[in-house]
Design a protein around this ligand. Structure first.
Ligand SMILES: Cc1ncc(COP(=O)(O)O)c(C=O)c1O
Length: 346
């Protein structure tokens, strides 16, 4: 990478092994079910997650909305976190595309929605209300700093959903990070879910794509919805090939990104102008605040770092920054970033 790019793990470039696989892989018409590489990726994903079937989609956003639309009818309601990606950052797509209403409940500091809050949001069967149909969790929970949801919590939400005859979707954009952080494999972490979307294109470095997994009937419906959204991609095996490398080679190394995020947080905590909760850093995402008396403004800090080849992303009005580690951020980069920040802020 030309920059030390800490803005997100979505910025990751494909690895050399991915580029080779993409050049060599056999392809076919996936809408006819004839792309051998996509078929292989979908089967591999289903097997990894202990589900019956998988569906390759263009993005995490598409995976979430396809899952929601394959589960809900017009007039149904989903329960999700008020700082979830689905609620904040997916263009209101359940309402825009499906006439599906959203009830946002508060997200706790650890990325969970309290069981009481979920239960309180479940509607009574009454003509005045939308019908509650689906609960959506996010694992890891990105905007609370990449918090991995504990297995016991996910299971408890699954139990609650079964009790109320609701489906459970997991936005698992970074569920492999959650698996590494909790020491529980993705199949077990997803056991309670009726559907899961995970991203190949974030920390796993593939250039494009996500996969939805679930049971056969659900995936059949999801395939129909994907087509309706214009997401039938023909010879997309050329990108799915990178997804196979992502699953085969990139999931087991994520601990390195978590260790780098932790080291970065510890280094930043030694800079007096920075406020950071090191203990909250569990995976590859960290947040910090710039104190009011810092010698540079948030915009000045970001601009000066950019001049040095370091990219960071912030909400300047809140003096808040998010840094994300990934395959292209090496341990030596962490030292360099901490040193440069110290020299700008002391
Ligand atoms: C938690 C979470 N879910 C879903 C998405 C959407 O993924 P995509 O950008 O591939 O649409 C993101 C993207 O950053 C995310 O962080």
């Amino acid at each position: 990478m030309e920059y030390i790019d800490l803005r997100s793990d979505t910025v990751t470039w494909p690895t050399p092994a991915m580029r080779e696989a993409m050049a060599a892989t056999p392809v076919g018409d996936d809408v006819y079910g004839e792309d051998p590489t996509i078929n292989r990726l979908e089967a591999l994903a289903a097997e990894r997650f202990g589900k019956a079937a998988g569906l390759f989609v263009a993005s995490g956003t598409m995976g979430n909305v396809v899952s929601i639309l394959a589960t809900c009818q017009r007039g149904d309601e989903i329960i999700t976190g008020n700082s979830s990606h689905i609620f904040l950052n997916e263009a209101g797509n359940p309402a825009v595309l499906g006439g599906v209403h959203t009830w946002p409940v508060p997200v706790e500091a650890d990325g969970t929605l309290s069981l009481d809050a979920i239960e309180a949001a479940i509607r009574a069967d009454d003509q005045h209300y939308p019908r509650t149909r689906l609960v959506c969790l996010e694992n890891t929970h990105a905007s609370s700093g990449g918090q991995p949801l504990p297995l016991s919590y996910v299971d408890a939400v699954g139990e609650l959903c079964r009790k109320h005859d609701l489906a459970l979707h997991i936005d698992g954009a970074r569920i492999f990070n959650a698996a590494v952080a909790t020491g529980v494999d993705v199949a077990r972490l997803s056991q309670a879910a009726t559907s899961v979307t995970f991203c190949l294109s974030k920390g796993l470095c593939a250039p494009v794509g996500s996969v939805i997994v679930g049971d056969e009937a659900f995936i059949q419906q999801a395939r129909r919805i994907r087509k309706a959204l214009g997401g039938g991609m023909r010879q997309a095996g050329i990108v799915a090939a990178a997804g196979i490398v992502a699953l085969d080679e990139m999931t087991s190394r994520l601990a390195e990104d978590h260790a780098n995020a932790c080291r970065l947080a510890k280094g930043l905590a030694t800079i007096p102008a920075i406020e950071i909760n090191v203990g909250a850093v569990k995976t590859n995402i960290l947040y910090f605040n710039l104190r009011d008396d810092a010698p540079r403004s948030p915009a000045e800090l970001a601009d000066e770092l950019k001049t040095d080849g370091i990219l960071i992303k912030g909400a300047y009005h809140q003096r808040r920054f998010r840094l994300v580690t990934h395959f292209w951020i090496k341990s030596s980069h962490v030292d360099l970033v901490v040193d440069r920040m110290r020299s700008l802020l002391e």
